[in-house]
Write a protein that binds this ligand. Structure first.
Ligand SMILES: Nc1ncnc2c1ncn2[C@@H]1O[C@H](COP(=O)(O)OP(=O)(O)OP(=O)(O)O)[C@@H](O)[C@H]1O
Length: 353
């Protein structure tokens, strides 16, 4: 979709020192973040980290308690109408009207965005095609699958050709085909100059989008950079072992940690360390259920920076786990020039003992 470049030096989105509180809860604290034209930023953070709050502030749905927000130089607080023309928001909750057809939904939102007549039809076709909605335009939304409804919901944010697109967990609960289609479309939009802020619980999507990353933790941006930069500076490699019963105490020349029943040996060359780790098990080898070599990747960046895995909790069953084959790049670290792994769980050995 065409975009005029922002005035020279003006980023598509800039947050400076933004704080937002809900009563006594501080949802965002002193957040600064910039997104350039054509950049996709994967906004990552555990449940409650502040992702939705950040997007709502940018969209002008909430007001910050402190700090400045600018959408292509326009403040959503001081000039919400102008700021809104520059951005499209697809919130987490579906905002479709089930009794209406896809076309009627799109026309309704196009008119809300100020489009009329021929432009409504033109833009409807423009967003329907890449999202695979053309054949569904005259179907009632109530009759569509969850993934199809999610595509309609995303299309509604794009009708006015926004220069900044805010997608809040756009692939939550969608099928594989919809996910692939959405990811491809987001990449196309970015290639044409649209800036995209994309929140997700699926780390593999960040890689698929070739996105840079901002990690929110308890309302603060704790890391910002390209995937490769973050993995270089914070990604650990390790050998992980699961046991039936409590993990044993091991004497090894590397740091050993017990995390929720998993024994984790942090070691730079995990493949070479495996024989030493197995030798140190002694009698406990009988209770070993699984052993994994973990390469540096976004998952280990998370673990290092937040003390928790990103795939902990209710979202564990995402595509980062079940949509990809386990990595088998034995010996490949995160510092080469190939793709940076995000799931990085190289299953090296199954049941032992
Ligand atoms: N309307 C509200 N009133 C009070 N507290 C709120 C409100 N909305 C969010 N919060 C709190 O603010 C914090 C940030 O919430 P937010 O929804 O922005 O997180 P999130 O990263 O989007 O989470 P999730 O991944 O679960 O969607 C949380 O502690 C949340 O409980």
């Amino acid at each position: 979709m065409p975009t005029d470049p922002a005035p020279c030096g003006v980023p598509a989105l800039a947050l400076r020192g933004v704080t937002k509180r809900y009563g006594r809860t501080t949802a965002l604290e002193d957040v600064s973040l910039g997104i350039a034209d054509g950049e996709i930023v994967g906004l990552l953070g555990h449940n409650g980290a502040g992702k939705t709050t950040l997007m709502s502030l940018v969209a002008g749905l909430l007001r910050p308690d402190a700090g400045e927000i600018e959408v292509r130089g326009v403040s959503p607080v001081r000039d919400p109408r102008r700021a809104r023309r520059e951005l499209g928001l697809a919130p987490q909750e579906l905002g479709v009207y089930p009794p209406l057809t896809v076309r009627q939904n799109l026309a309704f939102f196009a008119e809300l965005a100020g489009l009329r007549g021929r432009d409504v039809r033109l833009r409807t076709g423009e967003v329907a095609e890449p999202l695979g909605l053309t054949a569904l335009l005259d179907r009632r939304v109530a009759r569509l699958s969850g993934g199809e409804q999610r595509r309609v919901h995303t299309a509604m944010a794009l009708l006015h050709r926004p220069r900044l697109l805010l997608l809040d967990e756009p692939t939550a609960g969608v099928d594989v085909e919809t996910r692939a289609r959405l990811l491809a479309f987001v990449r196309e939009l970015a290639a044409a100059g649209t800036a995209v802020c994309y929140s997700t619980h699926y780390l593999a999507e960040v890689e698929a989008l070739d996105a840079s990353v901002a990690i929110l933790d308890h309302g603060r941006v704790i890391a910002r950079g390209t995937l490769r930069e973050l993995v270089r500076s914070h990604g650990d490699s390790a050998v992980e072992l699961d046991f039936s019963g409590a993990p044993p105490a091991l004497r090894l020349p590397w740091p050993v940690a017990h995390e929720a029943g998993v024994l984790r040996v942090r070691v730079e060359r995990p493949h070479s360390a495996v024989p030493h780790v197995l030798a140190a098990l002694g009698e406990s080898a009988r209770r070993l259920v699984n052993l994994r070599v973990v390469q540096p990747g976004l998952e280990t960046v998370f673990l290092r920076l937040t003390g928790r895995r990103y795939t902990d909790g209710p979202d564990t069953a995402g595509p980062a786990r079940d949509g990809r084959a386990p990595e088998a790049d034995v010996g490949a670290g995160g510092s080469g020039d190939g793709p940076v792994p995000t799931g990085e769980r190289s299953i090296e050995a199954g049941r032992h003992g």
